[in-house]
Design a protein around this ligand. Sequence first.
Ligand SMILES: [Zn+2]
Ligand SMILES: [Zn+2]
Length: 381
Amino acid sequence: MILTKSRIDLFELNPYEPCPCDSGAKFKFCCYKKAKASKPKRIIDLSYSDGRIHNFVKQFWEKTDFHTCFAFNKEECDDLIKSAHSIQNNRILNRISKDGHLYTISSTGTKEGPVSYLNKISRNKASTFFGFCNIHDTELFRPIEKKEYIGESIQNFLFAFRAHAIEHHKKLRKLNSQKNIFIEFPFTMLEKEHIYVYRVAQLDVRDCSVDYKVFKKDYSNANFDNFRTLYRKLDFEVSFAACSSFAVEYDLEGNIMNDIYSVGYEHMPSIYVNVYPTSGGTNILLSYHLNNDGTYKNYFDQLEKLKNEDLLKYLNFLLIQYTENIFFDPSFIENLSEKQKNSLLKSFDSSIYPIEKAILISEGSYYKFNLFEKNMDKSDS
Ligand SMILES: [Zn+2]
Ligand SMILES: [Zn+2]
């Protein structure tokens, strides 16, 4: 569906728009009656224990999952869709795992509302998503899987594309999640806050589809030079790895680049971010597509001028603000003080709940941790 200003209302479903239950019928002739007749009730029963709420939220999210292959030449796809790693398992995740485990930041529900926590998971599951078939997961990414990063155009393209793919998949799941709420709790189809979440999810998916087409076109033309990539190499290993894409709100001078809270009708382009340790060092790759010079050129000019030390301070903020796809060495997390752990989780939450930011700043615990500490286990000097 094309969302245009004339067709979209942020807080109301149009009677003639496709029903969010995906039946293909118009809302008015599909779930509208059901929505009118269904009684409002709590989606999460507050008489449940936190453990039961956690399981409910987890199962609800699992129901949104789906298999696809984001590769461009679909006729070559294998039937098997793999649980593909967005961050390499054998060359990157193994560097930061202990006994096959690492940490990530997860969210769950409680009686008091959503909370984030440090979640210890198997590295075989870390950063995975059902976004590539068996063949493409291997073939498409060969130039970055089997070879060190040496700044080739195709490598820059593939790092950006994989960061795109995992976020694209997640945005589709978030849209599924709201659709499932509509289906299970039809009264929500008439509730402003749910429709707003649905609209944001639709617009996010639309933005991803626009970006995807650009990747596809470049790939079909074997034109891999359309990304501006800022590359820095650190001479020590960090204790985390991240792979993500997102639209950045402000540049380094505080100018607005994407108004992410206004739910605009403009396409919001993403930047692509990969940070990961290699043997004895760390690679940092930030990029955007040159189609989006209008949005990101000045920003990247500013970033390029930063000395490593300042770039790292900035990335410490940027990664936690915009990424969920980040994984930590257990010893890094276990060596944080309670105050630092709290700051990490609350700073992460503050990206979703702006009120948290005000509280953290007043407590002096806003971003009081350093992701870019040298991984002491990996330094032999
Ligand atoms: Zn329907
Ligand atoms: Zn495929």
